[in-house]
Design a protein around this ligand. Structure first.
Ligand code: ADP
Ligand code: ZN
Length: 219
C-alpha cells in the first residue's frame, strides 16, 4: 500500500503518518525528518536543506526527489509506504508517480487532513519534537509523560527553529501556493480521502484508519 498524507504544516501529518505506518506495517517516509536528520549529522545535504528550512521555503525539487527515491529503494519500502511531507508540488507528485510506475506500482490513496488556519497556528506554536526519533508532541494538547523527554525513546524534545511566527506564516503561504493544488490533482484520479483533522490525535487516527480500510476492502 502506498499512501500519501497531505495537509498544511501543523495539520498532524507527522503524528498520523507514524500511527498509520505502524498499523499497516509499512515504511514511513517523512521528507522534513530526513532533512532534519541530515542537518543534525552535518552532511552536505543537511547544509543545503538548512538554508531553505530556515526560510520556510521548499528545498529544490532535484535535491528532495533524489533523497526520496534513494529512501524508496530501501528494502523496507517494498511492501508499502506512508509519505509525509512529500510530494509538496506538482513536479514532485509527477516524479513520484513515475518512479512507482517503473516498479509497476502506484499511489493507492491520498489522505487529505483538513484543519483551519487558526488551529494550524495554534498547534505549530506549541509544537515540540524529539531530537532523536522526530516524534511530534504539543505542549498542552499532547504533552509527553515526562516533561522535555520523548515517550517513545527518551530523546530530548525541542522546538523547531522554523516554528516561530514569521517562518510559520511563510510556510503556510508556500503551502497554499504550491502544495494545496495537489488536492485537485489527486481528486481527479479519485484517490483522495478528506478527513476532518480537528479533534484528538486518537480520534483523527481512527478516522484515517477506518477510511483507509473501507477503501481497501472496496478495491
Ligand atoms: P511542515 O510540514 O510542518 O512545514 P516539514 O517537517 O514537513 O514541516 O518540512 C520542513 C521543511 O523541510 C520545509 O519547510 C521545507 O524547507 C523542507 N521540506 C520538507 N519536505 C519538502 C519537500 N517535499 N520539498 C521541498 N522541501 C521540503
Ligand atoms: Zn523520540
Amino acid at each position: 500500500m502506498y499512501i500519501i498524507l497531505l495537509g498544511a504544516p501543523g495539520a498532524g501529518k507527522g503524528t498520523q503518518a507514524a500511527y498509520v505506518a505502524q498499523k499497516l506495517k509499512v515504511a514511513h517516509i517523512a521528507t522534513g525528518d530526513l532533512f532534519r536528520q541530515a542537518i543534525e549529522r552535518g552532511t552536505e545535504l543537511g547544509r543545503q536543506a538548512k538554508y531553505y528550512m530556515e526560510r520556510g521555503i521548499l528545498s529544490p525539487d532535484e535535491l528532495t526527489i533524489q533523497m526520496v527515491l534513494e529512501r524508496l529503494s530501501a528494502p523496507d519500502s517494498k511492501s508499502g509506504v506512508v509519505f509525509d511531507g512529500f510530494p509538496r508540488n506538482l513536479k514532485q507528485a509527477e516524479a513520484l508517480d513515475g518512479a512507482l510506475a517503473q516498479q509497476a506500482k502506484a499511489i493507492d490513496r491520498v489522505v487529505y487532513i483538513k484543519v483551519s488556519e487558526e488551529e494550524l497556528l495554534r498547534r505549530l506554536s506549541g509544537r515540540l519534537i524529539c531530537r532523536n526519533c522526530q516524534m511530534p508532541y504539543h505542549a498542552t494538547d499532547s504533552p509527553p509523560q515526562v516533561w522535555g523527554k520523548c515517550d517513545k525513546c527518551g530523546g530530548e524534545l525541542y522546538q523547531r527553529p522554523d516554528d516561530n511566527v514569521e517562518t510559520v506564516k511563510k510556510r503556510l503561504d508556500v503551502y497554499f501556493a504550491e502544495t494545496a493544488p495537489l488536492i485537485s490533482y489527486y481528486a481527479k484520479s479519485e484517490k483522495l480521502i478528506e478527513i476532518d483533522g480537528e479533534g484528538s490525535v486518537a480520534k483523527v487516527g481512527e478516522k484515517v484508519i477506518t477510511a483507509l480500510k473501507k477503501e481497501v476492502i472496496n478495491k
